[in-house]
Ligand binder design. Structure first.
Ligand code: ZN
Length: 412
């Protein structure tokens, strides 16, 4: 067990290592919703919350909640949280940093005998990644009052539903609505997370202030041309669906590469029933465009659509498009941004603001309460969702100092 006398950054790192011992896979870290490893992780988090002097409980979805109540009448609640489930063969810090860090800081403030003029809730969300059931933001959706009961019917690869997994764990699904917090009771939602990208690393900065969490548009495109003999149809007569797809991939790269804060990806690309000696008659591809600003994203999407129409006309193919997802960007609250930036400056670090391209539990709290996020630098080129994901104890220490100052600033 990591010792309590370690500096706070080292303690956070040691605890992340400690949690990694509970895994669904040998030789790596996978912690999917409600597996034995997941339940053991929740139990350990709860114990650390208790040791920190928090009142710890587990809700109906296995979110672990550590509460530090204030004596001030009518005090509001600041929620600080992130997720403890992981992707397959994950790193140790994605999600978990945002739980271990506030627990360590709360323990420190408690040990100093401090009181807070607001309630602090540190929430370890049980499910964000969607690995086992294809559900995402399960834990935070319930706390934000956005739980979709349809998720209870989602099945894992063995046909077990979320409802069955909850029952087998002894969790009362009918009490999920009780997890919802009321907007008017909240002071805000703050999440500390590794950046999961290379921006801070390349800038030589340990911390970043998140301005917004990118919204996304996802589409599936189906291109229909005409299949033909690869030997007999002259090039000029072809209606090649894959060649049209190739042009679309490059158009997306060019358009989305033209503005900072905008990203576009074709992550799936297939020639169904394709053969080495057949001109492709059909091609399917995905499209994912994200930006921290919905207007910027929609303008890029319109440019991509114009380009797709031009490619279709020139190549005499038809291109059908189905919307898979349209999620608005969540802007971080200006007051929260200022608080975080002030604390970063106080820690002697230049303020670097950046949007988050990845979704986080914070998304669920957009429109419910003020949202803020602090990013911490990743090493190894910024790689994440990978066992090579790393960060340093020094950066954890700085982030803890910033979080501590944010709490004290709220108290002032
Ligand atoms: Zn995460």
């Amino acid at each position: 067990m990591p010792s309590k006398t370690l500096p706070i950054g080292q303690e956070i790192m040691a605890r992340a290592d400690h949690l990694a011992r509970w895994s669904d896979m040998p030789g790596g870290l996978t912690c999917a919703y409600l597996t034995p490893a997941h339940r053991a992780t929740a139990k350990q988090l709860r114990q650390w919350m208790v040791e920190a002097g928090l009142r710890a409980s587990v809700d109906a979805l296995n979110n672990v909640v550590g509460r530090w109540s204030s004596d001030v009448p009518d005090a509001k609640t600041l929620i600080v949280g992130s997720h403890y489930d992981t992707v397959r063969d994950a790193g140790r810090y994605d999600g978990r940093l945002g739980i271990l860090l506030p627990i360590a800081v709360a323990a420190q403030l408690k040990a100093e005998g401090r009181a807070l003029p607001f309630h602090l809730e540190i929430i370890a969300f049980a499910e964000e990644e969607g690995v086992r059931f294809g559900t995402t933001y399960l834990g935070s959706s319930a706390v934000a009052g956005r739980f979709d009961p349809a998720a209870l019917a989602a099945k894992d690869k063995d046909g077990i539903t979320v409802a069955e997994a909850l029952r087998d764990t002894g969790l009362p699904a009918d009490e999920i609505p009780d997890a919802a917090r009321r907007s008017e009771d909240l002071l805000g939602y703050l999440e500390i997370h590794i950046e999961q990208g290379p921006v801070l690393l390349n800038a030589g900065l340990p911390l970043g202030v998140v301005t917004a969490i990118a919204g996304a548009v996802r589409r599936k495109l189906t291109i229909t041309g005409e299949a033909g003999h690869a030997g007999t149809v002259p090039m000029g007569y072809r209606r090649d669906a894959a060649a049209a797809a190739a042009e679309i991939v490059l158009a997306v790269e060019k358009i989305c590469g033209s503005m900072p804060g905008l990203v576009g990806t074709v992550g799936q690309l297939a020639v169904p029933d394709g053969a080495v000696n057949v001109v492709p008659g059909r091609c399917e591809l995905s499209l994912d465009i994200r930006a921290g600003d919905d207007t910027l994203r929609d303008e890029a999407l319109a440019d991509v659509e114009r380009e797709i129409a031009a490619i279709a006309a020139r190549r005499k193919v038809t291109i059908a498009s189905v919307d898979l997802l349209r999620a608005p960007a969540v802007s971080c609250a200006p007051a929260m941004l200022k608080r975080i930036a002030d604390a970063v400056v106080k820690a002697g670090v230049p303020v670097h603001s950046l949007p988050s391209g990845a979704g986080h539990d914070a998304v669920m709290f957009g429109g419910v309460t003020d949202v803020g996020m602090l990013f911490v630098r990743c090493g190894n080129g910024g790689i994440s969702h990978n066992p090579r994901e790393i960060m340093t104890a020094d950066d954890a220490e700085l982030a803890a100092q910033v979080f501590r100052d944010i709490l004290l600033d709220y108290s002032a």
